[in-house]
Design a protein around this ligand. Sequence first.
Ligand SMILES: [Zn+2]
Length: 176
Amino acid sequence: MSHMLGLKCRECGRLYPKDVVFVCEYCFGSVEVDYDYDAIRRVLTRETIAARAKSLWRYRELLPIDGDPVVGLHSGFTPLFRAERLADALGVEELYIKDDSVSHPTLSFKDRVVSVALSRARELGFDARETRARAAHQFSLARISCRMRCALLSVGASRTAASSSCSASHVLPCFT
Ligand SMILES: [Zn+2]
């Protein structure tokens, strides 16, 4: 069950439906997801989260998808390591380092955002992706798109990211 009420302009507060909206048409402010936090509070507890599979989808009520995720099912839940000596050197009580080098499938923190973005894109009926992102983002897009029926048009500086990460015919590198 989705807990997205819609989209909301971060600048003027204007509300939009859960659709493809990139910026506020009144003030050009960026829009963000407007969640029903009261409803989320009633169903999501620390125990609920802890009982779920160890991926980013354990927080699904707080992610912008309506249904079940369709890609990146194992992304996220990368470990935190306590760095006591670095904390001492910096003069802070506790310091943790997030190790995204074990994220799936491309060993990049980009896997999380791409998994959510592509799952939502499928819900909105998109079949094609275009990106001007840098290499790590393109690599993640290409890998996760391999599990979808889509065409990935990879435009940008990274000539090898998309083409080397997926040999499926539905990936169409289109470099400039
Ligand atoms: Zn606005």
